[in-house]
Design a protein. Structure first.
Length: 203
C-alpha cells in the first residue's frame, strides 16, 4: 500500500509540473500575441539562491577560537574560521586509555545552519584530517633482556570528524560535540571511533 501511495504522489507531482510548464510555454509573448514564448518554469523566485550567511550573524568574536575538550582526547582545541562555511581545527590532548599525547589537524565544512529562537543556531559539520599519537611504550633492553626501557612510538592515522556545533548571536562562544571514525596506518594499524565535546571562545 505504501508503494502505491508513493506512485500516486509521484504521478501527481509530475502531472502538476508538466501542466505548469505547458501553461508558461504557451502564454502570451512580449508583443501581446500567443506563441512559443520563453519558458519561465521554474519561476524566478525558485531559481534564486538565499543570500549567504556571514559568521557575524551567528556569533560575535574574531576568526580564532580556543577552548577545552574532553573525551577520547582531553586537552585544548583551536579553530580558525575566517568565514563560513570553512574552518581549520587543531586538537591537542592526552588520551584516556593509553599513555599517549594526540594531535589532530583537519578541515571542517559546515552547511547552512538551522536557526532557532533567541539567536541560537545549530550547525552540522563534516571534515577530514590526520592524527598523530605519541605512545609511551616499554621496549626490551638489548643489553639486558630481563630489563626494559621506555620509548616513544609515533603512530599516524586519518580521521573523518562528524559533529554538531551550537552558537548564539552576540556571544563569542561555540559549544560542540563530535564523533570521528579513525584509522591508524603508520607504525601501527587500528580502527576506532573518537568522541569528544567542548567549547571554544573566539577572539
Amino acid at each position: 500500500m505504501s508503494r502505491a501511495l508513493c506512485v500516486l504522489v509521484v504521478l501527481f507531482v509530475t502531472s502538476y509540473a508538466g501542466a505548469a510548464w505547458a501553461d508558461d510555454s504557451t502564454g502570451t509573448t512580449e508583443g501581446g500575441g500567443e506563441g512559443s514564448g520563453e519558458q519561465t518554469w521554474p519561476p524566478p523566485e525558485l531559481r534564486t539562491r538565499p543570500p549567504p550567511i556571514v559568521i557575524g550573524e551567528l556569533r560575535s568574536g574574531g576568526a580564532l577560537g580556543l577552548g577545552p575538550i574532553v573525551g577520547s582526547r582531553t586537552g585544548i582545541s583551536i579553530k580558525l574560521q575566517p568565514a563560513r562555511p570553512h574552518a581549520i581545527t587543531l586538537d591537542i590532548g592526552a588520551t584516556n586509555f593509553t599513555n599517549s599525547v594526540s594531535f589532530a589537524l583537519g578541515y571542517a565544512f559546515s552547511p547552512r545552519p538551522l536557526r532557532g529562537p533567541n539567536g541560537i543556531s545549530a550547525s552540522f559539520y563534516i571534515g577530514a584530517g590526520a592524527r598523530v599519537r605519541l605512545l609511551v611504550v616499554s621496549l626490551p633492553d638489548p643489553d639486558d633482556p630481563e630489563e626494559s626501557i621506555v620509548g616513544v612510538a609515533t603512530v599516524v592515522g586519518a580521521r573523518v570528524p562528524l559533529g554538531l556545533s551550537f552558537l548564539m548571536s552576540g556571544f563569542p562562544v561555540e559549544l560542540f560535540v563530535e564523533a570521528a571514525p579513525a584509522i591508524d596506518f603508520w607504525q601501527a594499524f587500528g580502527i576506532d571511533i573518537e568522541g569528544i565535546g567542548g567549547a571554544r571562545v573566539f577572539f
